[in-house]
Write a protein that binds this ligand. Structure first.
Ligand code: GZL
Length: 330
């Protein structure tokens, strides 16, 4: 921020000097680019790739930004290194998509001491002093989970199965990610309130297809049966379905196992239209334009709300069409 203000002043003085000596200069110098350091979780899922694309498209040079991008490859220590590097390079803003909610106090204090505003995007963070970050933009992950459990309630009522024991295989995302914590809490709260719902196992799929395929293949060897898969992102769901298919277990609209998934990337919606997934709960990754708008408003000195939520919906076989899928951005 400091560098950019000094640069603006120098450019303005040069501009005045050019006016004094010659004919008025009709070509105003372009304003200096806003330098943004962005620390991204990784590239673990289709959702994450869509999120990165949205950010790089919005924070482009033609839009007035210089983007310094770092992929932490799902390791928080890589995020700390990247943020310290951004501070060294005296960026104007730091944007963080945090891997986990915890451990941010020290590095964000360094950013504040350097006078660099921090915007948190996607998952949230827990810090002693929330003035360490300017604002957050992301999803209401608990509400996403509520959408899923309320839909399951309705389906079981339609099928007259409200008094039947319902065994749920729960596939969780990265430990400590807000999406994991809140989607898990929504399911666990629902199970606590329903005497017939039972979580048979909680597998930690790390949001990846490969890890989940391995865990579900292993789990199926126990012979435990289950009626529902509640999977905290689409890529883990794809891994689980691959394992079910290999074991000859049917799933989806007419299958033995009801499938609930989160993110609603295009491939998951296609599975849903084909009757192989029952419910896709949207988690909107297209934060780029909103983050760019937040930075422009900060540049103007506008006030901002601390938390900014994305609008989200859900999709099932009965609401999806090929046109809806084709119109999706990710
Ligand atoms: C949710 C995001 C999660 C997605 C996963 O906002 O943090 O991380 O649900 C991604 O696909 O890996």
């Amino acid at each position: 921020m400091k560098t950019r203000r000094i640069l603006s002043l120098v450019l303005f003085l040069l501009f005045l000097a050019s006016c004094a000596g010659n004919a008025p200069n009709t070509e105003d110098p372009p304003p200096p680019l806003i330098r943004v350091g962005f620390s991204q979780v990784g590239s673990e899922s289709d959702w994450r790739l869509a999120n990165t694309k949205s950010m790089t498209n919005a924070l482009s040079e033609e839009n007035g930004f210089e983007l310094l991008f770092d992929n932490a490859r799902q390791k928080q220590e890589n995020q700390f290194l990247a943020i310290r590097n951004f501070i060294q390079q005296e960026v104007d803003y730091i944007v963080i998509a945090p891997i986990s909610e915890y451990g941010w106090d020290s590095v964000l204090t360094e950013a504040r001491d350097a006078g660099i505003p921090v915007i948190i995007m996607d998952r949230q963070i827990q810090v002693e002093d929330d003035s360490l970050y300017t604002c957050w933009i992301g999803s209401d992950f608990y509400n996403e989970g509520k959408i899923a459990v309320n839909w399951l309630d309705d389906q079981l009522a339609l099928q007259k199965r409200t008094d039947e024991d319902i065994n749920i295989l729960h596939i969780q995302g990265t430990d400590g990610a807000t999406a994991q914590l809140m989607r898990t809490k929504a399911l666990e709260d629902a199970v606590a309130e329903r005497e017939h719902w039972n979580i048979v196992a909680q597998l930690k799929g790390e949001y990846t297809e490969a890890k989940t395929y391995e865990l579900v293949s292993e789990y199926l060897k126990t012979g435990e049966s289950f009626d529902v898969i509640y999977s905290e992102n689409d890529n883990m769901t794809f891994g689980a379905l691959r394992a079910l298919n290999e074991a000859g277990i049917t799933h989806g609209r007419y299958g033995e196992v009801t499938v609930i998934t989160f993110d609603a990337v295009r491939e998951a919606l296609q599975y849903c239209l084909n009757g192989k997934i029952d419910l896709c709960v949207e988690c909107n990754p297209l934060h780029g334009p909103r983050v760019a708008d937040i930075i422009r408003r900060l540049e103007r000195g506008d006030s901002l709300s601390k938390k900014n939520y994305m609008e989200e919906i859900s999709f099932s076989f009965s609401t999806l069409t090929p046109e809806i899928i084709n119109a999706r951005e990710y």
